[in-house]
Design a protein around this ligand. Structure first.
Ligand code: TYD
Ligand code: MG
Length: 456
């Protein structure tokens, strides 16, 4: 079943049933809101195509390895997250909340590439070329040879890419593009997917590197860049809360490098500046002598970074007390609070508990557990933790403290930032090389944690 012009159909993403028009409920499987418009391969073109012959397999050893050609984006941290530079012909999706700095990052990269003499095309769908020029002035790069075009037709942009063959193209944003093949509105799942598909094909065919910019909606998924993750080579997410200047760029997928690498930037008057010492930046505003603040050594990709975990515990007037965790996994937090309540008889069921990772970072590692527990206990007892101490470790359901990866790297980072004590899993202490000026206190249970932190 196709539309009148025979160009598109609404296809259920759950069962594959096609319908000629959009419906709220799939007539096939009964799923709600599962129909997405998709372009159909042109029926005539299909029948005209000659029968394809299967490709001939050959020994793997005879396949040319081929060096990937990488170019520097001028931002060393961005290069590192990309796996060592922008790979020719690769498609990079840059996602993040509106206002986080995606356009700024892309324009700065464009400027640096243009400065090296590479032709760069900036497709502005959200802003006028004049606005892009204003931003470029602000970034001090107006005299570079970046080409800018205001265009929202996916076919037109793909055609521009194929005919001009720049070294790199930026599409800001993918949600503004639309293809004539679909009738749905720009920004809908179908449009975003089909437009990106057209563009990716054009970039791959011409060896053009591409930055696709996409907004993430607050819910995280709706018509957002998530539907594109499988289409592109690299997915970078820009995180941070708008109120802070610190921004974290994280690679969640990378065909040309390792995932989970992060770069830290600071948004300043003249654009994004790389932060050379993220630990110092994240701890810059740490209160001294305040209960509820713990310093955690976490791993961001391959790098250890120190961050502050803050907890506030206050008497609740609600039947179901509040649990709010910003920058932490809320399921994990609920588990840790239950362990504190059950194993250490800490009466949290009548308390509201708020947790926050200072500086807007997100930490998902299990090693966060011990610092979260320490921050909550410190808040409950109203006693500050020793200010020279860094904490990490995984907590199990019986209140046992479990070893985590790369203890020595974390210990070194603590020493480098001037801390002189680490509280870590006892299982990590065995065989741990001594690091000058920092003592490693191993704990095997939460009781021991409370003892060494004087919270018992
Ligand atoms: P922008 O790159 O437009 O965000 P996005 O494309 O992700 O929506 O950045 C928007 C914010 O950054 C805006 O609030 C202004 C601020 N900003 C600076 O602080 N300094 C600068 O040099 C620039 C260009 C922007
Ligand atoms: Mg923008």
């Amino acid at each position: 079943m196709v539309d009148k012009a025979g160009r598109s159909a609404f296809v259920c993403q759950e069962c594959g049933r096609a319908a000629p028009r959009w419906m709220g409920q799939c007539p096939g499987c009964g799923g709600w809101n599962t129909l997405v418009e998709e372009a159909l391969p042109d029926a005539r073109a299909r029948s005209a195509r000659p029968p394809t012959r299967a490709a001939v397999p050959r020994p793997l050893a005879e396949v040319a390895g081929g060096e990937t050609l990488r170019r520097s984006t001028g931002l060393a941290e961005l290069d590192r997250v990309l796996g060592g530079g922008l790979v020719q012909g690769s498609v990079v999706l840059v996602g993040g909340d509106p206002g986080i700095g995606k356009s700024t990052l892309a324009l700065q990269a464009c400027g640096a590439l243009a400065q090296q003499g590479f032709p760069v095309l900036y497709v502005a769908g959200e802003e006028s070329p004049e606005q892009v020029r204003l931003r470029a002035d602000r970034l001090g790069m107006a005299e570079t040879g970046v080409l800018v075009v205001a265009e929202t037709g996916a076919e037109a942009v793909a055609e521009l890419v194929s005919s001009t063959r720049p070294a790199a193209v930026v599409v800001d944003s993918i949600q503004t593009l639309s293809t004539a093949a679909l009738s749905s509105a720009p920004g809908s799942v179908g449009q975003v997917r089909e437009s990106a598909g057209l563009l990716v094909a054009a970039c791959k065919a011409s060896g053009v590197a591409c930055f696709l910019i996409g907004h993430v909606t607050k819910e995280g998924t709706l018509a957002g860049p998530r539907v594109l993750e499988h289409l592109v080579d690299t997915v970078l997410y820009f995180e941070g809360d708008g109120a802070h200047a610190l921004r974290v760029l994280r690679a969640v997928k990378n065909r040309f490098g390792s995932t989970n690498e992060v770069a830290v930037f600071e948004m300043g008057e003249g654009g994004l500046v790389e932060v050379a010492n993220p630990s110092a930046a994240f701890l810059a505003e740490r209160p001294v002598g305040a209960p509820g603040s713990a310093v955690l050594a976490t791993l961001e990709g391959s790098r250890p970074v120190l961050v502050e975990i803050q907890a506030l515990v206050s008497r609740s007037g609600l039947a179901m007390p509040r649990r709010t965790a910003i920058g932490l996994d809320s399921g994990r937090v609920a588990l840790l609070l239950a362990v504190l309540e059950k194993r250490l008889r800490m009466p949290l069921h009548e308390q509201d508990v708020f947790l926050n990772v200072a500086g807007g970072l997100r930490v998902d590692e299990p090693a966060t557990d011990l610092a979260v527990v320490a921050a909550v206990a410190s808040a409950v007892r109203g006693r500050a933790l020793p200010e020279d101490t860094v904490i990490w470790g995984e907590v199990g359901l019986t209140g046992e403290v479990r070893a985590v990866a790369r203890a020595e790297a974390r210990l070194r980072e603590a020493a480098r930032q001037g801390f002189n004590r680490c509280v870590l899993p006892a299982g990590n202490v065995k065989g741990l090389a001594a690091v000058a000026d920092v003592r490693a206190d191993g704990v095997a249970t939460l009781e021991q944690l409370f003892e060494v932190l004087a919270l018992a």
